[in-house]
Design a protein around this ligand. Structure first.
Ligand SMILES: Cc1ncc(C[n+]2csc(CCOP(=O)(O)OP(=O)(O)O)c2C)c(N)n1
Length: 163
């Protein structure tokens, strides 16, 4: 959201009535730089008006809300409304890269509602609505475990090397 290309692209999309939906995942940090060092407006979604977009905010940890709000934004642009900006609030729950121990995230931020694990919440939502069977859900969980093991292996190796 901070690069020149994004600003220029959003501006021209509104001028040209492009049916565009921009979903900005605000994970509160650009590497270790917090939101208040990245932008001075109260909320990212405030920018929508300046571009000539319509703006919506949502809880990015809530799959039902994501489907609803983003789905409605898509319907609106298809119906000829201006481009849409949807800002989803969430927290990155690991480092920016394997070298990043994530220690700059304050305890206050970790207690925020947007800091919960969206995958666990999505799993509960899917189970509640019976949208997938147990086998499919456990296959997804196994895949995530394998990925997390693969990601933590180089971190452990790096730490061992430094000691
Ligand atoms: C306007 C601007 N240009 C460049 C940077 C340098 N910079 C620091 S972290 C980063 C990458 C951020 O990646 P992103 O996916 O947004 O966040 P993260 O993976 O850390 O959650 C960049 C380009 C910056 N912070 N702000």
């Amino acid at each position: 959201m901070q690069t020149g290309a994004t600003h220029e692209g959003m501006n021209i999309a509104a001028v040209e009535h492009v049916p565009l939906v921009v979903v900005a995942t605000n994970n509160h940090y650009a590497y270790s730089t917090p939101n208040d060092r990245e932008f001075a407006c109260a909320n990212l979604v405030d920018r929508a008006r300046g571009y000539g977009f319509e703006g919506y905010e949502l809880d990015g940890t809530d799959l039902a809300q994501c489907l609803d709000v983003i789905g409605s934004a898509v319907k609106r642009v298809r119906a000829g409304r201006p481009p849409q900006l949807v800002v989803a609030s969430i927290l990155r729950l690991a480092g920016h890269g394997e070298h990043d121990d994530f220690s700059y995230v304050t305890d206050d931020i970790r207690k925020e509602p947007f800091a919960i694990d969206c995958l666990k919440r999505a799993e509960a939502f899917i189970k509640e609505r019976d949208l997938a069977d147990a086998e499919t859900l456990s296959a997804g969980a196994k895949k995530r475990q394998r990925k997390s093991k693969m990601l933590s292996a180089p971190r452990k190796a790096n730490r061992a090397q430094r000691q």
